[in-house]
Design a protein around this ligand. Structure first.
Ligand SMILES: *Cc1c(COP(=O)(O)O)cnc(C)c1O
Length: 359
């Protein structure tokens, strides 16, 4: 039975990537040692790290004004690392559009002021507040947003323009490389790898070089962005497996035609699923139509018992990990880059049949 895995993260990886990694795990390119047994500074691994960076630069069209860094600790470490490096006693603007942006703002409070410019918390993060209502501080150290709200199922389709001189910082953990963006609009972009880029264990950080000098000397060496920038992310032993798989996933994405090509597929997959959700009264999605995420499609059946039945029967049919986040319940289909269109077709067919039997 074909299994389609709708997990929110760690999430599906392309089959081709896993098969190649399986081969290279025990014997990397005929050298007699597995990829995980090689020195991170050696002749065989160093090109893997370099390729991960050059693939990211090529795919996202990143200029020399930016550093591309690989840092352990996931996106959650970036919540505090960002504030440690760029806030340091000042005030930064945060838009609260989901649980992750809330967590990011909480971490910032340890290092200064997190000024909330907008929030949809009162309505369970069911929309992105209109930029026209944002209370932006012209003196903010930065403006922080979460481009895709993995738990609530909403996504920004355009980005706010911060006041002159205020860098825009984005947590793109769950929609990085799913769509074309203009990197030059951002001071920093960060993403945990385990949704769209590879396995857990590394975060990708793309940071404008001029921001590196804002960090105070007292910040610990391992938590300074400049340490990673000055040492090709190899001040210490980097997470070699995560970087290796990220290199393979980005190879795969390039072979697929790059981000513009995968964006078309992502638009088509999400449209199919939302069109179906809009046609039925059995399923319901709480997210404002104009903010519906293309990556995490959140929906419910008429009640919580039915949600549980749906998830159990879907799992038995090979459609796995459809349970909503523990904080919000319901159901969630995460359809990142690696989810083929056939997976979405199979899900819709299952949903139709489930509605026919239980509706
Ligand atoms: C998953 C996720 C995180 C947390 O990532 P970790 O790597 O587990 O720390 C942060 N932000 C967003 C938007 C996410 O989807």
């Amino acid at each position: 039975m074909a299994v389609y895995n709708f997990a929110a993260g760690p999430a599906m990886l392309p089959k081709e990537v896993m098969l190649l990694a399986q081969q290279e795990f025990s014997d990397y390119k005929g050298c007699g040692s597995g990829i995980m047994e090689l020195s991170h500074r050696g002749k065989l691994f160093a090109p893997v790290r370099d390729r991960a960076e050059s693939n990211v630069r090529e795919l996202m069209n990143i200029s020399d004004d930016y550093e591309v860094l690989f840092i352990q600790g996931g996106a959650s470490l970036q919540f505090c690392m960002l504030a440690m490096n760029l806030l340091n006693g000042g005030s930064a603007d945060y838009a609260l559009t989901g649980v992750w942006s809330d967590k990011a703002a909480k971490e910032a409070k340890n290092f200064g002021t997190a000024h909330i410019v907008a929030s949809s918390k009162e309505t369970k993060y069911d929309h992105i507040p209109c930029f026209c209502e944002w209370d932006l501080d012209p003196k903010a150290a930065y403006l922080h947003i979460t481009s895709n709200n993995t738990v609530a199922g909403s996504e920004y389709f355009d980005f706010p323009t911060p006041p002159e001189g205020v860098p825009l910082i984005v947590d793109m953990s769950s929609d990085i490389m799913s769509r074309v963006i203009d990197v030059n609009k951002f001071g920093m972009i960060y993403a945990g790898a385990q949704k769209n880029l590879g396995p857990a264990g590394v975060a990708l950080v793309v940071i404008r070089k001029d921001l590196l000098s804002r960090t105070k000397d007292c910040v610990p060496t391992m938590l300074k962005y400049s340490t990673y920038a000055e040492n090709k992310s190899m001040f210490n032993t980097p997470p070699t497996f995560a970087i290796y798989i990220l290199a393979l996933v980005t190879d795969w994405l390039k072979a697929k035609g790059g981000i513009a090509a995968i964006e078309k597929v992502n638009i088509a997959k999400a449209a199919k699923l939302y069109n179906y959700l809009d046609q039925t009264d059995f399923y319901f999605t709480p997210v404002a139509k104009e903010n519906r995420s293309r990556m995490n499609v959140v929906f419910r059946t008429p009640n919580a018992d039915m949600d549980a039945k749906f998830v159990a029967e879907a799992t038995a049919a090979g459609l796995t990990e459809l349970k909503g986040h523990r904080l919000v319940g319901g159901c969630r289909a995460s359809i990142y880059n690696a989810m083929p269109e056939e997976g979405v077709d199979a899900l819709i067919a299952f949903m139709k049949e489930f509605e026919r039997v239980n509706g």
